[in-house]
Design a protein around this ligand. Structure first.
Ligand code: COA
Length: 165
């Protein structure tokens, strides 16, 4: 898809991921991450309401994996993976996926949402900061190559505007 024009974010449809999407998701994962999730890791999240894909035409252009964990009456949402195909990046699709997942997790009862991001992933960190995620912890050597992770947290203290996703 290298020669195709970038899809505008508003032409992408966001929906729950299905088994038929997994190969396309896995291909993107291998393209954008040095330490990609194995295929089987995505399979485990099938059926999860906040495992979402962005679709343009019949192509998967991005995905997000998120879930909620019970935590003594204050559920925690976790953004576990987010990626957009290199040819479709910087066009608003990552932000739409993130907003949809944050809304979904909040509707599911998450009072706070957390994620880990590579310390030097300035692009992703910029998006997360704009969407209200703030650093709460630095974990040295979190990744296999020795890079540190930042734990970012979004406290869901305000109502989410679902017309904005
Ligand atoms: C991080 C990622 C998901 C963002 O998705 P995207 O569709 O490219 O991002 P968007 O177009 O929605 O942009 C949202 C914000 O991200 C940041 N961003 C996007 N492209 C950027 C670029 N080329 N340089 C710097 N910041 C950038 C900006 O803050 C941008 O907001 P702005 O447009 O107001 O400046 C995507 O770049 C990606 O898949 N990267 C590789 C995988 C990855 O790092 N995932 C996150 C793991 S924690």
């Amino acid at each position: 898809m290298a020669s195709r024009p970038k899809p505008a974010a508003d032409t992408a449809t966001i929906r729950q991921a299905t088994r038929a999407d997994l190969l396309a998701i896995y291909r993107i994962e291998k393209q954008v991450f040095e330490q990609p999730w194995p295929y089987a890791a995505f399979e485990k999240f099938l059926g999860e309401q906040n495992f979402l894909v962005a679709v343009v035409g019949d192509s998967i252009v991005g995905y997000i994996v998120a879930d909620t964990t019970p935590n003594a009456g204050r559920d925690i949402g976790h953004i576990k993976d987010l990626a957009v195909h290199p040819d479709a990046q910087s066009n608003g699709i990552g932000r739409r996926l993130l907003r949809r997942a944050v809304t979904g997790l909040t509707v599911d009862g998450a009072a706070r949402i957390k994620l880990e991001v590579r310390e030097h992933n300035t692009r992703a960190r910029s998006l997360y900061r704009q969407e209200g995620f703030e650093p709460s912890q630095r974990i040295p050597r979190y990744y296999d190559d020795g890079e540190a992770a930042l734990v970012l947290v979004n406290e869901q203290s305000v109502d989410v505007d679902i017309s904005d996703v």
